[in-house]
Design a protein around this ligand. Structure first.
Ligand SMILES: [Zn+2]
Ligand SMILES: [Zn+2]
Ligand SMILES: [Zn+2]
Length: 282
């Protein structure tokens, strides 16, 4: 089964460029230094049978869906409820309409779901009975793998300061954002992962995010074939940092797509000048 991950946004909570900042990365013309808030899309299977799972619903989700030519998803996975990861929830409307107005399964840790229900009561509470909202079908997970829209997802808990964040593994592809530590049992859950998208905020250590050296070390220990870093701030200029990094471990960027193909090859595609994806060699 082919599993692809598309990076919908590779930026930290402020997005890059950051409002009011005139550093060289925020002023850069390089499109790879323009980073919407961190989010990803799993595409599982191909053609008509493709199942799309959206990971996090950022304040940028409208632009992210338009750029990715995305009109519907089959399920939504929430890593945690910091604003940069869920404050686009209202904009699920369009993806719900595009999906034929079938209630959209949304999955999160129990504490994250409770927080979403508080913040977006009008979406989750039937009493509001307002037509202009996405209908969702909420559910929670803990430690065991769960099935959403027919796809088996393994939750990979990671440490983000004083809270836990869910990473997600589908097949041999995993997405882990917002963490300063991947605990040993979670390293075990990642064993055999071949393609990883992983938090790497900046070069220097940070209390709630992994630094670039720490993230590189985690990817090495997991033994992945390829890792792309995400949730990047304006300390990291795309091209110059990538020249320092090994070819198998690079900064990700918005609209990058990478997959473990049905035949086992790891492939990478990126948007071409005409917007159509094309394969890149590495
Ligand atoms: Zn974040
Ligand atoms: Zn800046
Ligand atoms: Zn966070």
């Amino acid at each position: 089964m082919r599993v692809e991950i598309e990076i919908l946004g590779s930026g930290t909570s402020s997005g890059i460029p950051t409002v009011g900042c005139d550093c060289w990365v925020c002023r850069s013309d390089n499109p790879r230094n323009k980073r919407l808030r961190a989010s990803a899309l799993f595409r599982v299977g191909t053609g008509e049978a493709e199942t799309r799972l959206l990971v996090d619903v950022t304040p940028d989700v409208r632009m992210q869906a338009l750029r990715a030519n995305l009109s519907s998803v089959h399920g939504v996975l929430i890593t945690h409820t910091h604003a940069d990861h869920c404050h686009g929830l209202d904009d699920l409307r369009a993806l719900y309409w595009g999906g034929g107005r079938q209630p959209l399964p949304i999955r999160a840790y129990p504490e994250a779901m409770a927080s979403l229900r508080r913040a977006f009561a009008y979406i989750f509470d039937d009493e509001y009975d307002y037509k202009g909202v996405a209908r969702v079908s909420p559910g929670v997970f803990e430690h065991e793998p769960f099935v959403v829209a027919g796809v088996t997802v393994t939750p990979v808990p990671v440490v983000h300061g004083n809270m836990r964040v869910a990473g997600f593994r589908v097949g041999d592809v995993a997405y882990i954002t917002d963490c300063n530590e991947v605990p040993a049992p979670s390293m075990e859950k990642l064993r055999g992962t071949r393609l990883l998208v992983l938090d790497a905020l900046r070069r220097a250590p940070h209390p709630t995010h992994m630094s670039l050296p720490a993230a590189l070390e985690v990817a090495r220990r997991v033994g992945v074939e390829r890792v792309f870093f995400t949730h990047i701030n304006h300390d990291l200029e795309h091209d110059s940092v990538n020249r320092e990094l090994p070819p198998w471990a690079q900064l990700g960027y918005d609209r990058l797509r990478a997959a473990v193909e049905a035949d086992g090859r790891v492939t990478v595609t990126e948007p071409g000048p005409n917007g159509q994806p094309h394969a890149v060699a590495w």
